[in-house]
Structures are given as C-alpha cells and as structure tokens.
Design a protein around this ligand. Structure first.
Ligand code: C2E
Ligand code: MG
Ligand code: MG
Length: 555
C-alpha cells in the first residue's frame, strides 16, 4: 500500500483507543525505527516484558516458542526485504505461565516512497473458545474467563459448581452426535431451570457446565443446587421415555478455598473436583478439599517417581522377607516376600500406596518379575541351611491376566533350581480373576507344574467359600483384620473357628496372619492353624537380616 497518510504514532494511539473493545491483539511494526507496538492486553497474556519495544526480532525471541522462532524470523525477513507484502502465519507464543499458545498473526506491509515503512496487523488466539455456544445457548469458556478475571477478586465467598454429564461419549456413540447435541441442550435447560437470580451458567468443554454463585452462599447451598439439578435431569430422562439414560456429576469449589483467583487455577481445581466425583462412582457431587488434592498430587508425583525408578533399574525397590512358621512346632519353614519402596522425598512408601499405582500403570508386570527373581534367589540361598525352604510370592490379578506370569514362575524356578512345590503364589482379588475366561486354563497350567496357591486375605471383601471350590487353593491365609476382630468379639471368634474346621475338612491348610501379641498367639493356636505369621514371630526384613535373625538359629 503506497501513499501512507497514517503515521505509526497515530496507529499506536488508535490501538490504545480500541484495545478494550476487542479480544484480539492489534499491533504495528515500525520497520524504519525497528519498533513494535501491540495492544497492552498482549503483555498481560504473553511472556513479553512490555507491549512496546525496539530491536524487534531479538525481543520476539524471548516469547515466541523456540522451535517456531526460525520460521517466523524467515517470514519477517521476506516482508522486510519487500519479497512479499503480507505476513500470515500460525505459530506459538509463550503465555505468562510459560505455556505455548497457538496464535494466528496477520499483517500487511505499508510502503512509503517505494520503501517498506511499517507493518500493521492483528494477532488472535486460535484456541480461544467460542464466546457463546449455539447448541446450549450459553456463554462459553472465554466469557467465563473474562468474568472471573474481572470480578472474582471482589468475591471472597460463594462457590463454583462444575457439572459434567456422565459417559456422554456413550450417548454420542449409541444415539448419534445430533442426538448428543439435543441432550446437551436439554441438560443446559435443566440446569438453567434450577438457578436463582444472580447465579450464572457457562458451557465449558464438550459435556461440562460451570455455575458461578458469588452471592455469598456456602457449601450446603452448592450441594442442594447439585441435588436439584440431578432431580431435574432424572425427571427429563423419565419424560423422554428413557431414550437416553444418563446422570450428572458435580465438583464444588468454594471461593474461600482459593488462595489466588487465577483463571487457570480455578479451571484446574474445579476439573479435579469434578473428576473426583466421577472417580468416586459418578452421579454424585464432590466438594474440593485441599488435603485430598494434595494426596492426589502426591500420588501423581509418586507415579512419576515409580516410572523413573523402574527405568533406573528398580532403584529404591527392595525385597523384604517375613518368616512363616509351623504353628504347632514353631519351626521356620518359609518366608513371604514383600515389596518395599524407598524414595528420598517420601521415605519408605507403604505397599498399600504403591501397589495400586503399579497395578493401575501396569508396572506391576516388570516389578512382579523383578520381585519373583529376588524371591527365588533368596529361596535358593536359604536352602543351603533349610533344604526344603519355601518361598511365598504375592501375585496381582493384573499379572495373571496380562502377562505370562505362570510360565515365568516355572522357568525362573528351573533357572534357580528350585522344586516348583517350594514356590507358593499368593493371590488376593480372586473375585476379579474368577470372571476371566482364560483364568481356568492358567490355573490348570499352574497346578500341572506343581506350583502351589495361597488364597490371601481370606475374610476380607473379595473372598468367599465359593472360591475354595473354583480355585482349589492349597493354603487359606486369614487376614489380620479377621484375626484382630476375633480377639475382641466372641461371634467373630466362633465364625473363625467354624471356618477353620470347614477348611480343614476340605483338606486345605490354614495360615493365620497378623499375630502381634502373645495373647493373640495363644488364642489363635486354639484354632489349630497349620501355619502362623505375624510381628509376634518376626517382622519383614531384608534378606541378610532374615538369615541372621531366623535362618541361622533354626538350622
Ligand atoms: P499381604 O500379602 O497380606 O501381606 C501381609 C501384610 O501384613 C504385610 O504388609 C505385612 O507386613 C503385614 N503384617 C505381617 N504381620 C503383621 C502383624 O502382625 N501385624 C500387622 N499389623 N501387619 C502385619 P505389607 O508388607 O505392608 O504389604 C501389604 C500388602 O501389599 C500385602 O498384603 C500384599 O497384598 C501387597 N504386596 C506386598 N508386596 C507385594 C508384591 O510383591 N506383589 C504384590 N502383588 N503385592 C504385594
Ligand atoms: Mg500375601
Ligand atoms: Mg495377607
């Protein structure tokens, strides 16, 4: 564009005048003076030190995403040298939180007396959510953002309720996307009908909504609102003749639990609260509790540490051994292998905390293999003193269903020259195994190889007498929770006694776990268990200590 009547200074003044009226970021790039001026809002959003600067290319380097910088520099050089007169590029700029944001940057070159003078244009965020959502008829996430950024510091009380349709994906898949849109619209109507004047509703991603109540109401109010929404949705599902059956979950975030009101914090914490409601079984409301969130962060961090440890040759993991005794003669016959995990950040982490993480991530498969080798190595070593020493290894149902654990046990027993009958695998969650169709085949293989099975934690949630027939285990291990209850409750004691009789009638062996005191020892011995285990006889410890404390003195 020749004949430039507007000066750079006038353009800067125009930007100052209009920037409060638009969401995008207009800019001017003065090529003569190597000067850049952009809407002041850009400096609040992106990691630029100021919204006006000289030495433009070098300054851009500070906030343009590093791997996009070279392409931007090349494109600008073409505009500057007059090879082309428009700039139109998509690249990333770092925001003030250090995250890359995709932007679209357009500009056109204005020349004066045939020479490039300045480039004027506009930057807009590609990912910026729609201001309004035409399906639900509600305002969208960017409107929520503007509202929160502008007003939330003035509202120290009140709450946010984030709502999400449970399994919305299933509705889209089964009934089609158009029907899914219809459900979204109806859900928005149901929610709107429950609101009081002054409460605001926004549509977030896909199947989520956010209610803002800055009227000063508290948690109880938020939970009642959630219940109203749930009832209204139930009524809609019924009036819709159950064509689409769905529920809704809610996560509450009280304003008082927020230290700072940054939009990203609010979104992050409310997302956590909603996810927690879904994780706890859906169709319910969870209110944000800082301790829960810290637990969740710790668990997430632990997951990372565990992954690193596995890559780092299982650093921090250790095998401990707890002695197993013949109950009547009190002679040592074996040990249970128990996994331990130490990290400098958290110290000794309990298996109750890390075993579920290993199962969830599938890392129980390599770690299960690792502990198996530790166990068989230890068993072979101890057999120098006690030739028929037996080793028990805990095996998770994940290992049974998703790996070749049985073949691995058989070949590891061969490798360490241990008779398979000296290896006992302990499994807990037999209920989950029973439903697996391949399980009986796996089971037959285990039995035909002579490896024995102990049903662990008998007396807790997952076990029942039905498994005794299905799995035909060799040993039943009675859990500490049962033992402890039997000590203080006559009914429980009689139940345990009856159970022992029944198990013995089936010609199976019983091991009573978790005996801690002499009194417990005496009382439990009356039940005539075959084996006993517990802190009273010996705590789990590393192999060297186990040999010193238990093996050498009994051989
Ligand atoms: P479990 O297999 O039932 O192991 C027995 C648990 O009871 C062990 O807890 C042991 O330290 C504890 N214990 C033994 N005697 C007493 C006692 O007298 N009093 C009390 N209060 N506790 C006693 P630990 O080592 O914390 O392990 C917990 C659970 O983690 C194990 O229960 C097992 O289910 C699982 N686990 C441990 N190691 C492994 C492993 O290598 N693989 C798998 N899949 N699970 C493991
Ligand atoms: Mg066990
Ligand atoms: Mg047990």
């Amino acid at each position: 564009m020749e004949q430039n009547h507007i000066t750079v200074q006038q353009l800067c003044q125009t930007i100052d005048l209009i920037h409060t009226c638009i969401d995008d970021y207009p800019y001017v790039y003065d090529l003569v003076n190597d000067y850049y001026y952009i809407s002041p809002d850009a400096a609040k959003r992106f990691a630029m030190s100021s919204h006006s600067f000289h030495d433009v290319v070098e300054n851009l380097r500070a906030f343009v995403y590093p791997s996009d910088f070279e392409a931007l520099q090349k494109d600008l050089a073409e505009v500057l040298s007059g090879v082309k007169d428009t700039h139109n590029m998509q690249y990333r700029m770092m925001n003030t939180d250090g995250e890359p944001i995709w932007i679209n940057c357009r500009g056109h070159l204005v020349t004066e007396n045939g020479k490039p003078s300045y480039m004027v244009g506009c930057i807009n965020e590609i990912g910026k959510r729609q201001k309004a959502d035409n399906i639900s008829g509600l305002l969208g996430e960017s409107s929520l953002r503007s509202y929160l950024e502008e007003f939330s510091p003035f509202f120290p009380s009140g709450y946010l309720l984030r709502l999400g349709i449970d399994d919305f994906k299933g509705i889209n898949e089964k009934l089609g996307v158009e029907y899914g849109d219809h459900i979204l619209k109806k859900t928005a109507e149901c929610i709107s009908s429950c609101l009081y004047p002054g409460q605001q509703l926004y549509r977030l991603v896909a199947d989520e909504f956010m209610i803002l109540d800055f009227l000063g109401d508290g948690l109880e109010h938020a939970i009642n609102l959630y219940k109203n929404v749930r009832t209204t949705i139930d009524q809609f599902v019924e009036s819709n003749h159950y064509e689409a059956v769905f529920t809704i979950s809610g996560g509450v975030l009280e304003n008082s639990s927020l230290d700072d009101f940054s939009f990203s914090d609010i979104m992050k914490l409310s997302e956590y609260a909603l996810n927690e409601a879904k994780r706890r079984g859906k169709n319910q409301c969870y209110s944000f509790v800082l301790e829960d969130y810290e637990q969740y962060l710790k668990r997430r961090h632990l997951k990372q540490i565990i992954r690193q440890a596995v890559c780092n040759n299982y650093e921090g993991f250790q095998a401990y051994f707890q002695p197993l005794f013949h109950a009547d003669s009190h002679t040592l016959y074996g040990a249970e292998t128990l996994m331990r995990f130490y990290t400098p950040e958290y110290g000794m982490v309990s298996p109750g905390d890390f075993i579920p993480i290993l199962e969830e991530t599938g890392l129980i498969i390599p770690l299960g293999r690792w502990i198996l080798h530790q166990a068989l190595f230890a068993c072979k070593h101890i057999q120098q003193w006690i030739p028929d020493f037996q080793i028990n290894v805990n095996v998770s149902y994940i290992q049974i269903m998703k790996s070749n654990i049985i073949s691995e046990i058989v070949s590891a027993a061969e490798q360490y020259e241990i008779h398979p009958s000296r290896v006992v695998i302990e499994i807990t969650e037999s209920g989950k195994l029973e439903s697996d169709v391949h399980f009986s085949k796996i089971w037959d293989k285990l039995k035909s190889n002579g490896i024995r099975l102990a049903l662990d934690d008998f007396g807790t949630g997952y076990s029942n007498f039905h498994y005794l027939n299905d799995l035909q285990p060799d040993v039943i291990k009675i859990d500490r929770s049962f033992t402890a209850k039997a000590m203080v409750n006559e009914y429980e004691y009689n139940l345990l006694s009856l159970m022992s009789g029944l198990v013995h009638d089936l010609k199976l062996k019983i091991c009573i776990e978790g005996i801690e005191t002499e009194e417990e020892h005496n009382r439990m011995l009356d039940l005539k268990p075959d084996y006993s285990q517990g802190f009273y006889y010996g705590r789990p410890c590393p192999l060297i200590d186990f040999i010193e404390q238990f093996v050498k003195m009994s051989s």
